[in-house]
Design a protein around this ligand. Structure first.
Ligand code: ADP
Ligand code: MG
Length: 225
């Protein structure tokens, strides 16, 4: 589904990604954890093409959807327009067909009743669920989430995590950067720990959380628990 080979990326003199090798298979749900500044966001941005890599190669089978910490909805579009406009503009889809897809996706994230509301009227959790529906509208083969709940209050975090959990049951391939360790452990089948631009541990989620091998993973998990 996705294969990264020896990815390197620097910002000026700062090496942010160092020899990253990663293979994601269809249906895998991978959580990426690690300290702030370890390169997690940059890795997702390189995968999605938002950031150019300096060396290495990336092979992707199909398109990618990305959900950010900040929801980035269009404020002057209604909820349903936020989801279907990209389909009519980018994919040249017929408006009626696109709107139907958008309404189905809104049902999936349990926001059918908000179709005609404007983003300013939504809670953070609802905005993030619209952002997830919008990413899904492009029929991605892989969904990348970059700390999708970091901007949310705890009670709103839960509804977004539930939406992602629901998606995980539909065989969607996902890579999720998160600080929600319980969620990562519960939802992902594989966990990657990044530190200073490198993948230092990569294994089954239960293994990484319960029996981390690397000392830096151990220290990180101890610190946040
Ligand atoms: P994480 O998501 O793990 O917190 P990031 O990938 O955001 O880490 O950042 C990794 C490092 O790269 C940090 O030191 C950050 O300051 C730096 N960095 C990220 N984006 C840029 C940029 N556009 N220009 C310069 N430095 C950047
Ligand atoms: Mg980040």
């Amino acid at each position: 589904m996705l294969k990264l080979h020896k990815i390197n990326k620097s910002f000026g003199d700062l090496k942010v990604l160092i020899d990253i090798d990663l293979e994601v298979r269809k249906g895998e749900i991978i959580s990426i954890i690690g300290p702030s500044g370890s390169g997690k966001s940059t890795l997702l941005r390189c995968i999605s093409g938002l950031e150019k890599i300096d060396s290495g190669n990336i092979n992707i089978d199909g398109s990618i959807g990305m959900v950010f910490q900040q929801f980035n909805l269009f404020p002057h579009y209604s909820v349903v327009e936020n989801i279907y406009k990209p389909l009519t503009v980018i994919n040249k889809m017929d408006r009626k067909e696109a709107k139907e897809i958008a309404l189905n996706l809104l049902a999936k994230v349990k926001l059918e009743d908000k179709a005609d509301s404007y983003p300013a009227k939504l809670s953070g959790g609802q905005k993030q669920r619209v952002a997830i529906a919008r990413a899904l509208a492009m029929s991605p083969k892989i969904m990348l989430f970059d700390e999708p709940t970091s901007a949310l209050d705890p009670e709103l975090t839960l509804e977004v995590l539930q939406t992602i959990k629901d998606l995980s049951k539909e065989d969607m391939t996902m890579v999720i950067v998160t600080h929600e360790m319980n969620f990562a452990r519960e939802v992902s089948n594989r966990t990657i720990f990044m530190d200073e631009g490198r993948i230092v541990e990569d294994g089954p989620a239960e293994e990484v959380f319960l029996r981390p091998k690397n000392n830096r993973t151990k220290a990180f998990l101890k610190r946040i628990n």
